[in-house]
Design a protein around this ligand. Structure first.
Ligand code: KG4
Ligand code: ZN
Length: 506
């Protein structure tokens, strides 16, 4: 049933050739040509594989100068009409755009109406005909897509327009109300109670819950005005019901239920963590599945394996103690920097030497890796920084804030990125999505880019306003549940502060 798309490798040569010969008996490409194409640096080849790992489709792109060319796109007979060709094409068009191609060309048999319709639905136009180009005297239609849209259309939902969904997020200190139409962002209104927590050096649950109560009404009004929609136009309402702070979650859940009942709209309870992954559709073309996601914020540090956003999310690992953002906030406090500490450390670190002090990398020793390959721990690191600072103070020496900040930041970035990249390579998944407020960190971004590029992993980092906690991510995930035909959650659900990542819909 299921299928996934991944990069084709030299090992796939035999399977691709067999499929090529089966599908194009009269004009199959010779082995040397396919081998060369697979390895060519100016292109990218994808393989679609079924649940058993068998290659059931392949597609290739070449970019020469500023022109992209879809070299081939083929799907085995029993696997057509499942969106595989479309999925591969969307991925290759994204690749062409990343390689700065101005347009993309392809050729298709004039008698292949299904393929022509698919290409037209993605924006390709017919520009020429090559008479009797294919065996049997069939013409080739040359099609061109220009420019390559930044946002490629999502898979069509038969007979339905994309749902208009309102999302409510109150799991931590951000009151977020977002509105989307399908995968299009219409509004992302946010009110943060961060300033109210500053003097405590961290989020105070009671203060956060009270702030949500006050901010919800005005934030809702702002979102509706920003999107230019009225409440009765909505197709559905989605709300975070966990994980997060219990009191804070309850405010959002109660508000969402009240709205749903008053308006007579279907209500979807959704998982906050999965929302961080689902938000990506608002910024980019659909992320091919499966993908690995690293979510790092003040409240979570989780590594997820997402095989299917609405039904198959696995928690690979998470922090055993502090969240990464919490570690940044606590270390900032040790260094006398204000809350929230992440951005402050990031700034201070820019002037420091990351190799000045070798701070520990939690759970990276071979013995730890046996049981905690995908888990994180930052409490040892935090203690090591505290000891280091205390020792200097006791000796009456000045604390080199920039060097400590840079060395600490390096340790966090190193552990986060190494574990995420190891998960991708270990699982054979060449895609990584970063999310959460800590992904704003300059060093984490740079190191992730560098190591993902070296390991052949495609890295996605949504724009920052969509990375930090927000309502649009909840609306986006809600819309994806609606499109997938999921039944609404009803009114019986409650806030669940420890909702596991595997439960996409609460
Ligand atoms: O996602 P977010 O806005 O809210 C939570 O769910 O917590 O993340 C906030 C966290 C805070 O701990 C903050 O210190 C951290 O993200 N943060 C950073 C940076 N910007 C924000 N941490 C490291 N470097 C940054 N540039
Ligand atoms: Zn979050």
């Amino acid at each position: 049933m299921g299928w996934t798309i991944r990069d084709a490798a030299a090992e796939d040569l035999g399977a691709i050739l067999a499929l090529e010969r089966e599908l194009f008996p009269e004009d199959a490409w010779p082995e040397e040509v396919v081998r060369a194409e697979l390895a060519h640096p100016a292109g990218r080849y994808l393989a679609a594989v079924d649940a058993g790992g068998r290659v059931v489709g392949y597609a290739g792109l070449r970019v020469a100068g500023d022109q992209g060319d879809i070299q081939t796109i083929a799907v085995a007979a029993g696997f057509r009409r499942r969106g595989i060709a479309r999925g591969m094409l969307v991925e290759l068009l994204g690749e062409a755009r990343r390689r700065r191609a101005a347009d993309v060309l392809l050729e298709v048999r004039a008698d292949n109406a299904g393929a022509i319709a698919l290409y037209e639905s993605l924006g390709f136009a017919r520009i020429a005909v090559r008479p009797r180009y294919y065996p049997g005297g069939v013409d080739a239609v040359v099609m061109r897509l220009a420019p390559i849209p930044r946002r490629l259309p999502a898979p069509a939902v038969a007979g339905r327009r994309a749902p208009l969904v309102l999302g409510i997020e109150t799991s931590c200190d951000e009151t977020g109300i977002g509105i989307v139409r399908g995968d299009r962002l219409l509004a992302n209104a946010i009110a943060s109670s961060m300033a109210a927590h500053a003097r405590y050096g961290g989020v105070v649950p009671e203060v956060a819950a009270r702030a949500h109560l006050e901010a919800l009404g005005p934030t809702l009004d702002r979102a509706l005005a920003e999107a230019g929609v009225a409440l009765d136009e909505l197709d559905a309402i989605a709300v975070t019901n966990g994980p997060g702070l219990a009191g804070a979650l309850m405010v959002g859940v109660a508000a969402a239920k009240a709205l749903a009942v008053a308006l007579g709209k279907p209500l979807y309870a959704v998982n906050h963590l999965v929302g961080h992954v689902g938000v990506d559709v608002l910024a980019d073309e659909p992320l091919p599945m499966p993908t690995v996601a690293l979510l790092v914020s003040g409240g979570h540090t989780s590594l997820l394996l997402v095989r299917d956003l609405v039904e198959d999310v696995e928690l690979l690992g998470e922090t055993l103690d502090d969240a990464a953002g919490e570690a940044f906030d606590k270390v900032a406090r040790l260094l006398g920097l204000p809350y929230p500490g992440g951005p402050q450390i990031d700034l201070a670190a820019a002037a420091g030497d990351p190799s000045a002090i070798r701070f520990p990398r939690g759970l990276t020793r071979p013995k730890d890796l046996e049981r905690h390959r995908h888990d994180f721990s930052f409490s040892g690191l935090k203690t090591a920084v505290a000891r280091h600072v205390e020792a200097l103070e006791d000796a009456g020496e000045p604390v080199p804030v920039a060097d400590v900040a840079a060395s600490f930041r390096e340790a966090v970035a190193d552990v986060l990125v190494s574990k995420a990249v190891a998960a991708c390579t270990g699982l054979g998944i060449p895609r990584l999505l970063l999310g959460g407020g800590v992904s704003a960190n300059a060093r984490i971004r740079a190191l992730a880019e560098e190591r993902c590029a070296a390991a052949g992993i495609a890295l996605r980092v949504p724009p920052l306003p969509l990375c930090t906690d927000n309502g649009a991510m909840i609306a986006a995930l809600g819309a994806q549940l609606v499109v997938a035909g999921r039944a609404p959650s009803g009114l019986a659900f409650g806030a669940d502060s420890t909702l596991p990542a595997t439960v996409v819909q609460g």
